[in-house]
Design a binder for this molecule. Structure first.
Ligand code: KIV
Ligand code: ZN
Length: 398
């Protein structure tokens, strides 16, 4: 493997980024997706093979089917922490705990909104009440489970000083992870980073817990914002395979993982993900959710490692790294792809013909190339059958 990476930096334990996968919870909240327990289990097993640190398996209070799915995953999937979501209500926390208590390493994730817009218009309560609910929920969850994550929902639109008070309360009550979501995908990278800088200043004990980013993609900034949070000191990233999730989705797991992998020499941040399982995981999630992956999607789109333009094909055939910053094999594909279309050049044509066992040079190649361009102008992609026809025409006309 020879990415654009030139050296292998020393991996520092404090720069390890935990990957918290929420495909089965926030991802499943995408309109039109409803996975049954067996399908969720199949994805969870694949997420374990991929090497995620935490699987957020679902929101057990929401339906008996989701409870069953989370319980099945907790009982059968080994390796990652298995997490369930709960609002601050006692019955939510009980449902979450009952679903995950058989896991090797269970986690309860509880949340309440801290932005005024949510407190006043959605919860129709007061800041004082939110503090009380956060305190009671984390304390109760900690009675049940050693591993408790707390999220101030709509964190990026919250008054940072008030949110800091709520976070300190959650830490005092025993929260082990603090996740600050950009619930509505509104923030920008420099703002999200600045918010964490302020939180580290305002919450004296923040450095004692894992701090996490959770970004939505409403403005297409979920991965950029996640990176900004990690660069500001967070060490858990919440993300979903293929970027599925509420509205425009969550930060895409494959993008954030390959970003950290490809730019590790610069960033120094790393994950324990087995990147060779990325393509397989993406295909499985797409098949079971019925959500297709757009062709030009970063990392896992079918064009992510395909080259059509002649200049690019010529470069890649001479040295892959001229136009590729990642090796397709790193994410578990067999190779990159040279696609023959109207932008392709002579080198790519000759290579494709050679792969079909057809050696054509000199004037014959020129003529075949001319014929190929005529066909390519009429079709989106030129196939092996077309190439064979071109060459046999060529032979007939000689
Ligand atoms: O986006 C969000 O705020 C959430 C929380 C429940 C963490 O998904
Ligand atoms: Zn979310």
């Amino acid at each position: 493997m020879s990415e654009a990476r030139t050296d292998k930096p020393e991996r520092r334990p404090e720069n390890r980024v935990l990957v918290f996968d929420t495909t089965l919870r926030d991802g499943e909240q995408s309109p039109g997706i409803s996975l049954n327990p067996q399908e969720k289990l199949e994805i969870a097993h694949q997420l374990a093979r991929l090497g995620v640190d935490v699987i957020e398996a679902g929101f057990p209070i929401t339906s008996p089917g989701d409870f069953e799915a989370v319980q099945l995953i907790a009982r059968e999937v080994e390796g990652p922490v298995i997490c369930a979501l709960a609002r601050t209500a006692k019955q939510d926390i009980d449902a979450a705990w009952n679903a995950i208590k058989d896991a090797e390493r269970p986690r309860i994730h509880t949340f309440i909104a801290t932005s005024d817009i949510h407190i006043e218009r959605k919860l129709q309560t007061t800041r004082e009440d939110v503090k009380g609910q956060a305190r009671a929920a984390v304390a109760y969850a900690r009675e049940l489970c050693d591993d408790v994550e707390f999220s101030p929902e709509d964190g990026s639109r919250s008054d940072v000083e008030f949110m800091a008070e709520v976070i300190q309360i959650a830490i005092d009550e025993g929260a082990t992870t603090i996740n600050v979501p950009d619930t509505v995908g509104y923030t920008m990278p420099h703002e999200y980073a600045e918010m964490f800088r302020r939180l580290y200043e305002l919450v004296p004990d923040l450095h004692k817990v894992t701090v996490s980013v959770h970004c939505h993609n409403d403005l297409g900034l979920a991965v950029a914002n996640s990176l900004a949070g990690l660069m500001a000191g967070c060490r858990q990233v919440e993300c979903a395979v293929n970027g599925i999730g509420e509205r425009a989705g969550n930060a895409a797991l494959e993008e954030i993982v390959m970003l950290l992998h490809t730019r590790e020499p610069t960033l120094g941040l790393w994950t324990a993900i087995n990147t060779r399982e990325i393509a397989r995981t993406s295909r499985l999630v797409s098949r079971l959710t019925g959500y297709p992956v757009q062709p030009n999607k970063a990392i896992v789109g079918r064009n992510a490692f395909a080259h059509e333009a002649g200049i690019h094909q010529d470069g890649v055939l001479k040295d892959r790294t001229t136009y590729e910053i990642m090796d397709a094999r790193t994410i578990g594909l067999e190779s990159n792809q040279i696609v023959l279309g109207k932008h392709s050049g002579r080198h790519a044509l000759r290579k494709a013909l050679e792969e079909l066992g057809l050696r054509v040079d000199g004037a014959a190649l020129n003529q075949a190339f001319q014929r190929f361009k005529e066909i390519a102008d009429k079709k989106k992609q030129v196939t092996a059958l077309d190439l064979e026809a071109i060459v046999s025409d060529e032979i007939k006309h000689r």
